[in-house]
Every structure is written in C-alpha cells, then in structure tokens.
Design a binder for this molecule. Structure first.
Ligand SMILES: O=C(O)CCC(=O)C(=O)O
Ligand SMILES: [Fe+2]
Length: 357
C-alpha cells in the first residue's frame, strides 16, 4: 500500500508546512473526502505537521479561551500555586515556570502551564460550542488520567471559556480520526472502536518574553516529540500516561516561536497563520504506522520580546488498544520496528523502566 518511492519521498527535507483546507471533511461526496485524505497522507508522511483551515471552530470561542487564559496567568503566583499540578490528582492544574523540561540538554522549559481534561460540558458550554457532545459516551472517565479538574476560584469565567473551547476542539479532533484512517487506506471507521474513551488533555501555555542575554539552554519548550520521556517527574508522568496520537495547537497570532526539525536537521519556522490550527502527529500514530507517519521533533522559543500564549490539545486512544502495526505499514522491505503491546502496557512498562518498580 505504501510504495517504496513514497517512502523515499518522505526522506526529502521539507521547507515549509502545508496548509490543508478541511471544508470537505464532512462532504458526502466520497471523492472529495478521499482527495482531502490524500493531502493529509502526504503531510503525515513527509512532515508530521500541517495547518488546518476551515476547521469549523468559531473565532469567538477561541478568543474567549485566549483572553481567559491571559487573565489566568496574570493572577498572583500564590493564587496559581493553590492549584499546582504536583498537589492535585493526576497532575491537573498549574505548572510554574521551569517546572518541566522537555529536553535533557536544556535547563528547563521557560513556560507556565495549566492542564485540564474531560469534564462534562456545562450547559452554557454545550450550546455555545454548538456541538452534539454526549458526555458519558465520549468522556474519558475511567482512564489513568481520569480525575477531577481543578480551577482557580478567583476566576470563575475561566472554567466555562476553557471547557467551551475544549469541547469544540475535541469534536474537531474526533472528526480527524476518519481522515487519518482514509489517509492510511483503511475504512473510515477504523479508529472508531479504539477512541471511544480516548484521553484528550488540554494545556494552556504562557511563555514569558526572553529578553536580555539569552541562555541557549533555556527555551520555551525544549526539542521533543509528542510524547517521549523527559527528565522531570511531572512532565515525565504526564507524557508516559498519555501516549499521543496527535495534537491540535492554537498559537497566538503575530508571534513566531514554534519550530519543526526536518530530515536535514534544519529548524523550520511554523508561524501562526490566522484562521488555522497546527496539527502534529504524536508517537502513538508513528508507532502504529511503523513510522510511515512521522512524529516530528519540535520546540518553541519566544524571542519576540513580548509574552506569548498557545493552547495544545493532546489526543490519545483507549488504553486497551493494541498498538500493532496498521495493515499495509509492514512489508519485507519495511519490517516491524516496534513490539506489539497495548497502550496501557506501554504506560506501565515505561513507568517501571523510569522508576524501577
Ligand atoms: O507552544 C507551542 O507552540 C508548542 C507546544 C508544544 O509543542 C507542546 O506543548 O507539546
Ligand atoms: Fe509538542
């Protein structure tokens, strides 16, 4: 299914990141959907990153989440520390500056974060996101990452704005799975029974400006794929517990920070493009496709001189899913690279490897 010439094409170093128009994502016309899947397939094989436009998420929902995220990070440190992720079930909540480190060669990630997961949408969030969310069926209420979200009592509107945005993005994410299936030459429902309770974790991120002399070992978020192990406990646990399928990232307009590493080890800028999100594949899809789909190393450095905000949403699969190579991704010239385990076993093995129990 994946011709050798295609695999060779994938070795070419990309210079830019494609923009894909999702207008046809729910088109009844099979040919239109397949054409879209073909574009997604090329981006997944060559880059591991792509922008999406006409994604259907309303600008006001995005702006509301953004402005509330700004208000949250502007709260006094002691208000944020009351909900520090180290003190909450399953690491939900606030992570202070330099508390994570995505690249062992660096001194720490120069970012603050706020993490939350599935929560049944408040009624107001349902109608504004204008989506048909069915709480219990779609919710990740039983995974390792389950556990109540924590919210700052000083900013009640933050919760509603964040959940509206979260549910709109979860719906967008769910609509991408059939496209990945078509892109792999599979039936479009291939991922349906594997993503019923899939974990979807959202992080609000704040990168302070890096002014004055810049220490090259301190950058916004060190080079990483979504997700691999890292040195600090919290980041490490979150990453291990949620082996990633893909990420949908919103970036603050007008500020360049995100960079993606190509096959020639050149950092390619991925600037914010108005009206788009960035989608990038995580390690799980790479593993599942025997590395035909790429999980590409990336980092963010905010040298704009001003504050920068971004919001990634990380999608996983159900923990019982066996990560065996997807049909067509293994051949005599492309032998299996990874052993077959379930997503849950993978998590356990990684924890044992890291903490020796
Ligand atoms: O802030 C960004 O642009 C990237 C964030 C990121 O890559 C991550 O949180 O995994
Ligand atoms: Fe990332």
């Amino acid at each position: 299914m994946f011709a050798e010439s295609e695999a060779e094409d994938a070795q070419h170093a990309f210079k830019d990141i494609p923009v894909i128009d999702l207008a046809n994502i729910s088109n009844n016309d099979t040919a239109a959907r397949k054409a879209l899947a073909r574009e997604i397939r090329d981006a997944c094989m060559n880059v591991g990153f792509f922008y999406v436009k006409n994604h259907g998420v309303s600008e006001s929902v995005i702006q509301d989440a953004f402005s509330n995220s700004k208000k949250f990070f502007a709260l006094p440190l002691d208000a944020k520390m009351k909900i520090e992720n180290k003190t909450t079930p399953n690491f939900k909540g606030y992570s202070p500056l330099l508390s994570g480190n995505n690249d062992p060669n660096n001194k720490g990630d120069l970012q603050e974060g706020f993490e939350f997961g599935w929560e049944d949408p408040p009624v107001e969030a349902q109608d504004i996101a204008n989506q048909n969310v069915t709480p219990k069926e779609n919710g990740n209420n039983d995974g390792v990452m389950a556990g109540a979200n924590v919210w700052p009592e000083e900013l009640p509107e933050f919760r509603l704005a964040s959940l509206r945005y979260y549910h709109a993005l979860v719906n967008l994410g769910k609509s991408l799975f059939p496209m990945f299936a078509l892109a792999l030459g599979l039936e479009d429902n291939f991922f349906e029974d594997k993503t019923r309770h899939s974990a979807a974790l959202m992080r609000m991120l704040y990168y302070p400006p890096q002014t004055g002399p810049v220490d090259d070992r301190i950058i916004g978020i060190g080079a990483h794929t979504d997700w691999e192990a890292s040195t600090f406990l919290i980041t490490c646990l979150i990453r291990l517990l949620l082996e990633q399928c893909f990420t949908i990232l919103w970036q603050e307009p007008g500020i360049q920070a995100l960079q993606v590493l190509n096959a020639k080890k050149e950092w390619i800028n991925a600037p914010p493009i108005p009206g788009t999100f960035v989608v990038n594949l995580g390690d799980q899809l790479a593993r599942w496709t025997n590395d035909i789909f790429k999980s590409t190393v990336h980092r963010a450095i905010n040298r704009s001189g001003v504050e920068r905000y971004s919001i990634p949403l990380f999608f996983g699969t159900d923990y019982g899913v066996r990560l065996e190579p997807i049909p067509g991704c293994v051949s005599s010239s492309r032998p299996m690279k990874y052993e077959v385990i379930t997503a849950g076993e993978y998590v356990k093995a990684k924890l044992a490897e890291t903490y020796g129990h």
